[in-house]
Structures are given as C-alpha cells and as structure tokens.
Design a protein around this ligand. Structure first.
Ligand code: MN3
Length: 203
C-alpha cells in the first residue's frame, strides 16, 4: 500500500540560487523528504502487521514513528511552497497588518524569528503559527514536530536541520536564516492566513 507520495518541487533545484544551492535542494527533496514519505508508507504496512498480531507494544512504537514521518512529510510539503524563485520582499494586506499587530512589525518579527531559529537545539523548525484566536506567534519545534499537534497551523516555516543548509553555510545557521528571507513566498503565506482565518486550512 502506498498512501503517501513525494510531491514534485514547484520549481527547479537551482531556482533558489544563490540563496539555497541546487545541490542542497536536490538532496533535501530527493533524499531527505523522500525518506519521510517512504518511512510513513513502510510504517503503515508494519502497523497493519502489528495490529493483526495484537502486538500492542510494537503498535505504540510504530504510531510514534508514523507521527514523525508523516509530520516530516507535511512540513516539507509546505516548506517547498513557502519558498519561491520570485520570493523575498515584504508581505502586504492582512498578513502585514497581523505582523504589525502581533509581532511588532516586520523588522522586529524577522529579528525575533531568526533568533528563535538560531536557538533551536539540535534539529527542528521555526514557524509563524496562527491559533484559533487568529493571533500570530513565532514558535519552534524539535525534530519534525508540527504545530498541528497543538491545534495550531503554520503559515510559514523554516527548516533548521543541518541538512537544510550545511553544504553551503556549514555551521553558520544564523547566516542561512538571514539569507532565507530572500526566498519567502509571501503570496502563499497570505493564502494560508486567509484559509486559516476561514477555518479551511487543513494542514
Ligand atoms: Mn528538512
């Protein structure tokens, strides 16, 4: 059974140069993201087997494993769309108004987001989330944990696992965080915010 599938990148591997190299994009999408997709499908098969055998200890471990892989798949699927060869600049409209209202304006928001991303210990993500109140927040999660697990939605996320930047930036995660803004697709962020406010943003 193949439930999950690796989506195509919405642009070429080299489309985000010079900010993110083609080699990073190729490895990140074709190897890392694919590992989460394959892991989710393999874990689903293993779960079916464990359930047939009533192997409850194994079921619990596999459910944990499934959450990791599916969440990694979901986060990366959104991440590719959060970036664009025509990215960067500033948001407009409702998103900009919400950033001004909840995050202290663009300059403070970007500084705080970069600082939060730099503080993630080990591997993880930094997000702009929106909760049921409609307020925006900067939040981080370890590993492939997802704000959906807490009833929130991500509008924008940056992957701060080393695989996202090491080939170009080595240990300089802060440099990657700064340069990454040149790729942000604010149109998609705006669409996600509008859908979240309308209560129709599923993931
Ligand atoms: Mn990644």
């Amino acid at each position: 059974m193949t439930k999950y599938a690796l989506p195509d990148l919405p642009y070429d591997y080299g489309a985000l140069e010079p900010h993110i190299s083609a080699k990073i994009m190729q490895l990140h999408h074709d190897k890392h993201h694919k590992t989460y997709v394959d892991g989710a499908n393999q874990t689903l098969d293993a779960l079916t087997d464990a359930r047939e055998k009533n192997d409850f200890a194994r079921i619990a471990a596999l459910e944990h494993q499934l959450a990791f892989h599916v969440s990694g798949h979901v986060l990366h699927s959104i991440f590719w769309k959060n970036m664009s060869p025509n990215g960067g600049g500033k948001p407009s409209g409702e998103v900009l108004a919400a950033i001004d209202r909840d995050l202290g304006g663009m300059e403070k928001f970007q500084t705080d987001f970069n600082a939060a991303g730099a503080r993630v210990f080990g591997s993880g993500w930094v997000f702009v989330t929106v909760g049921s109140s409609g307020r925006l927040a900067i939040e981080t999660r370890p590993n492939q944990d997802n704000p959906i697990m807490d009833g929130k939605r991500m509008l924008l996320g940056n992957d701060v696992w080393e695989h996202a930047y090491y080939l170009r930036y080595q240990n300089r995660r802060a440099d990657y965080l700064k340069v990454w803004w040149n790729t942000v697709n604010w149109k998609v962020v705006g669409e996600r915010y509008a859908a979240a406010r309308a209560g129709v943003l599923e993931i």
